[in-house]
Design a protein around this ligand. Structure first.
Ligand SMILES: NC(=O)C1=CN([C@@H]2O[C@H](COP(=O)(O)OP(=O)(O)OC[C@H]3O[C@@H](n4cnc5c(N)ncnc54)[C@H](OP(=O)(O)O)[C@@H]3O)[C@@H](O)[C@H]2O)C=CC1
Ligand SMILES: O=C(CO)[C@H](O)[C@H](O)COP(=O)(O)O
Length: 482
């Protein structure tokens, strides 16, 4: 096969197939390969006329069809299949060629892979891609890492296929080696948090206020005209309006309430723990999915028949209306906290891994194409650009004002939910984070005292420098300098 294609895609399932079509739609000559040829044939039969494709039956044929230096984008199942495909391609490719892993890889794997592949003279780029199947086809948000040199080759290709927000392509070079996959991981963590907050809002209206899914869908439709304007709020309204064709009932009432997850949210929290960055909103969202899927435990809890309120709020129509506005405010404030925490995680990781990440640019490329795309990302990018959010997004005047305006409603929602037995882990933990942050003194002083008591871990004093230990086991309990 003669070399004709300027880019290739390996893995033609939902994401890879759509990405290959998107590339072809933008004038690229696209080599395509899939482990099982059936998928390649299907893509060619259904979409082969949409652009210039070079279907390959073997990986050798695929590599031969690429113009040198070659660019191959891998979009296969994460984990071992990705490793196997990277190595098989590297064996066939030559120094100077670029291998892009556009799947959802765990960033330490990307760092390892980049090291191994660059030692062989090839470029390896871990690139986060968000937007699902439709985004991959019509324009995703793209978060590439890897070397500056590989970015020069990839930039025009990626800019042509990425989503556009206010005319700007939703792609930027995030940083070296694993930086792109790191930022995609945090994007997904924030996605978990957004979804959990929306789910808690729904539950408050469904069980708390006794509203129907369609009525709640109407509320979300209205909220989408406010500062909450976002893809996830928009699709929530659609899901809630969906009626099951078989039964005529609201579809959401027929879906088993066990939330699945593929790992990116868990990675965000694990990484935050190892970096000692509190991402409480994201963590609660991951745990909430975990609890929802504990089928046996939940069934047993039902059998136990615990006493307690049934979740119904006793409100008249006017109070109901006011409470719905409180929920909207609580959702907005908690959402700001989750984004602030996610960006803090990126800042800390950038220091740890020596990545030069432009947070304003990250916010800008999340404005279009990705799952967390939202109107307020414009405000976030402005806050980072101006330096107002350097320490925390919460300290930027726009967001400080928004939180202060929402505070009363936020507290009311968490308090009412707790009083009436409705779980709001993400709302409550975000509020606790905020209160922890604004408290001049925290009970951590007592924890330090306890640690010193049982483990001689020492403590610092507010009135003099140094480390101290109290001789707790002696009668005098004198303090010594450690
Ligand atoms: N789905 C989504 O919304 C998103 C997915 N991603 C990521 O994109 C990647 C692709 O996702 P998606 O399109 O959903 O597909 P899947 O994750 O379901 O993976 C299916 C693809 O992987 C191939 N594959 C599986 N095992 C192997 C193997 N051992 N060797 C070679 N190829 C293999 C399959 O080939 P075959 O046809 O032969 O089985 C098929 O092409 C994943 O890493 C995913 O995490 C990222 C963003 C969004
Ligand atoms: O990366 C994505 C979007 O950005 C994928 O849709 C991801 O699979 C969603 O995560 P999960 O399946 O764990 O809910």
């Amino acid at each position: 096969m003669s070399a004709e294609a300027n880019v290739g895609v390996v893995g033609l399932a939902a994401m890879g197939g759509s990405l290959a079509r998107n590339l072809a739609h933008h004038g690229n000559k696209v080599a395509v390969f899939n482990r099982s040829y059936g998928r390649t044939e299907k893509l060619m039969n259904e979409h082969g006329t949409e652009g210039e494709f070079y279907p390959a039956k073997t990986l050798e044929e695929f590599v031969d069809s690429l113009v040198k230096p070659r660019t191959a984008i891998i979009m296969v199942k994460a984990g071992e299949p990705t490793d196997a495909m990277i190595n098989a391609l590297a064996d066939l490719m030559e120094p100077g060629d670029i291998i892009v892993d556009a799947g959802n890889a765990y960033f330490p794997d990307t760092i390892r892979r980049e090291k191994e592949i660059s030692a062989r003279g090839l470029h390896f780029v871990g690139c986060g891609v968000s937007g699902g199947e439709e985004g991959a086809l019509l324009g995703p948000s793209m978060m590439p890492g890897g070397s500056e040199e590989s970015w020069k080759t990839l930039k025009p290709i990626f800019e042509s296929i990425a989503a556009k927000a206010e005319g700007e392509p939703c792609v930027t070079h995030i940083g070296l080696n694993g930086a792109g996959h790191f930022v995609k991981m945090v994007h997904n963590g924030i996605e978990y948090s957004d979804m959990q907050l929306i789910a808690e809002s729904y539950d408050l209206m469904r069980r708390g206020l006794g509203m129907t899914p369609a009525e709640i869908g109407d509320v979300f439709e209205e909220w989408n005209k406010t500062e909450l304007d976002s893809y996830l709020i928009e699709i929530t309204a659609e899901v809630l309006h969906q009626v099951d064709k078989k039964t005529g009932k609201p579809l959401v009432d027929l879906i088993v309430d066990h939330a699945g997850m593929k790992g990116t949210g868990t990675w965000t929290v694990q990484t935050a723990l190892s970096l000692a960055v509190p991402v409480t909103g994201i963590a609660e969202a991951v745990f909430a999915r975990g609890l929802s899927s504990e089928a046996d435990l939940r069934e047993e809890a039902q059998k136990q028949g615990f006493a307690g309120p049934n979740g119904e709020l006793d409100l008249n129509d006017e109070e109901k209306k006011a409470f719905i506005e409180d929920i909207r405010q609580a959702l907005y404030a908690s959402k700001i906290v989750a984004y602030a925490q996610g960006f803090n995680e990126i800042t800390t990781a950038a220091k740890e891994y020596d990545w030069d990440i432009d947070l304003a640019a990250v916010a800008r490329i999340w404005r279009g194409g990705c799952i967390i795309r939202a109107k307020f990302l414009n405000r976030i990018s402005e806050a980072f650009e101006s330096g107002e959010a350097n320490v925390s997004l919460l300290f930027a005047p726009y967001f400080k004002n928004a939180i202060e305006a929402a505070e009363c409603s936020w507290r009311n929602v968490v308090a009412e939910a707790a009083r009436n037995g409705l779980p709001t882990p993400a709302f409550a933990s975000s509020l606790s984070y905020f209160d922890g942050l604004r408290s001049k003194r925290l009970p951590a002083a007592l924890i330090q005292g306890q640690r010193d008591y049982f483990g001689a871990h020492t403590y610092q004093r507010v009135d003099q420098p140094g480390a101290f230990h109290t001789l707790w086991a002696t009668e005098e309990r004198n303090e010594i300098e450690a």
